[in-house]
Design a binder for this molecule. Structure first.
Ligand SMILES: [Zn+2]
Length: 454
């Protein structure tokens, strides 16, 4: 996500719910310490069939997911994350899961954003299982990452996805509206969307349309090695192009955005996706959809192969950088938000030729507890500082690291770090170790000065 100043102020004014505040005080030290252990359930593969109402604001159908236990510890249950239930008032929820097969559903947990499904028998290491369920999605009003602006729907985080278990247990962190809580393994998705032909459905992955019943179209979207699946639905206008390196870019816009703005954003998207590819490794998904609306309260929001954005070239370059930092190179967005946000902002500076010279001179800490590497639990309690510290100080720390290593070594570090975590999960400790390996300078005091723990 890219915060605007207005967005940071707006989110700071939004009081935390008691449930979220309670979770925000939960210590996460044990989770961090064991973050390098085996993550399971692995290789999720989702099959989803949904049918919309006439406006694309309501969807019903079925989802199933198969998975394998990668851990030596038996897998006795899985958890679905129903993230968008944050946008309801639990137990009244916009996401409804029912008729679970392949396991026994428990009660909704974590403010209705988690659902435990106990498997019929434990899966040992290497064994596979699958669950299925009926699914309904009701998009609420509001120009949001899950919301409806007039006749245009934005449907992010609506598909239930599997939570991750590692050596520290299940990651069942709460939703945060200040940033992201999302933490998932690279997965495959095959999603069919049955919708009126009069509306379009930009989506993660690559799509093929076939005729449905009278007046309807069935869009089949396929995506491999992605962490989530998002789509939009509405009477968007669309323009398309292909970057010099062969990535197809589709720019969708709501009716209040001009064709010339869309053309400008298409141009930015084509150049930014190739620039990021050149630095971190070629964009592997073939196609990206950009959905423009100037009513979003944030600058933009990233999903694999699908971004929401204001008409802002800086925000767009940032969201496209997330295709690597969060998407291809995963991280625990709740516990390590700097690993995707600071890296996306730093990548944007590189794209725009901004060197960050002298940027650390303006750093001023609000308290001894304030650190670039703090989790969203901290930032939900100090939301007015989130953008400044994680994005601005975070990217400046990376500029400073580049000045210590030298620009060539820094470029090689980011590229090799991306390659070694391609479709995997990165941690702060792994990044620090990789940086240390790239220089003969002892970085211990650098991490202390820049307040990057882990
Ligand atoms: Zn971001």
């Amino acid at each position: 996500m890219k915060k605007t100043l207005i967005a940071v102020l707006a989110s700071a004014a939004t009081a935390l719910t008691p449930a979220v505040a309670a979770h925000a005080s939960t210590p996460h030290a044990t989770v961090r310490a064991a973050a390098d252990t085996v993550r399971t359930p692995a290789t999720p593969s989702y099959t989803v069939n949904l049918t919309s109402n006439s406006s694309g604001s309501s969807w019903t159908g079925h989802e199933s997911v198969s998975f394998t236990n990668a851990s030596a510890t038996p897998l006795t249950e899985v958890y679905l994350r129903l993230w968008d239930n944050y946008h309801g008032s639990c137990p009244q929820t916009p996401i409804t899961v029912s008729n679970v097969t392949g396991g026994t559903a428990g009660s909704l947990e974590v403010s209705c954003t988690a659902l435990k499904v106990t498997l019929p028998s434990p899966l040992s290491q290497g064994q596979s299982g699958s669950i299925g369920f009926d699914l309904s999605i009701a998009v609420p009003s509001g120009a949001d990452r899950f919301g409806r602006d007039g006749s245009f729907n934005f449907i992010g985080n609506a598909l239930p996805v599997l939570a991750i278990r590692d050596g520290a247990g299940w990651h069942l962190d709460p939703y945060t509206n200040n940033g992201e809580s999302f933490y998932s393994l690279a997965s495959d998705f095959k999603v069919t969307l049955d919708h009126p032909t009069s509306i379009s459905v930009p989506a993660t992955g690559t799509s093929v349309d076939t005729p449905g019943s009278s007046g309807r179209t069935i869009t089949t979207a396929t995506a491999t090695k992605v962490r989530d699946f998002a789509w939009g639905a509405g009477p968007y206008s669309v323009i398309s192009g292909t970057s010099p390196n062969g990535v197809k870019v589709n720019v969708y816009r709501v009716s209040s955005i001009s064709a010339s703005s869309a053309q400008s954003m298409l141009s930015t998207a084509k150049s930014a996706i190739d620039a990021h590819s050149g630095r971190f490794g070629a964009y592997p998904y073939g196609e990206v959809d950009v959905v423009l609306d100037n009513n979003f309260w944030f600058g933009g929001m990233e999903y694999p192969g699908f971004v929401l954005d204001l008409v802002s070239s800086t925000a767009l370059a940032h969201e496209l950088a997330h295709q690597w930092w969060y998407g291809i190179v995963g991280d625990d967005e709740y516990n390590d938000p700097w690993l995707d946000e600071a890296f996306a902002d730093y990548s944007t500076d590189l794209y725009q030729g901004i060197s960050g010279s002298g940027c650390w001179n303006s750093v001023s800490w609000a308290s001894s507890a304030e650190k670039i590497s703090n989790s969203m639990a901290y930032w939900d309690a100090h939301s007015s500082r989130y953008g400044t510290v994680v994005y601005t100080y975070g990217k400046c720390a990376l500029h400073d690291l580049s000045r210590v290593l030298g620009t060539t070594a820094m470029a090689n570090l980011l590229r090799s770090f991306a390659q070694s975590h391609w479709y995997g999960v990165s941690t702060t400790a792994e990044f620090k170790a990789a940086a240390q390996a790239a220089t003969s300078t002892d970085l211990t005091s650098f991490w202390t000065q820049h307040r990057i723990d882990g």
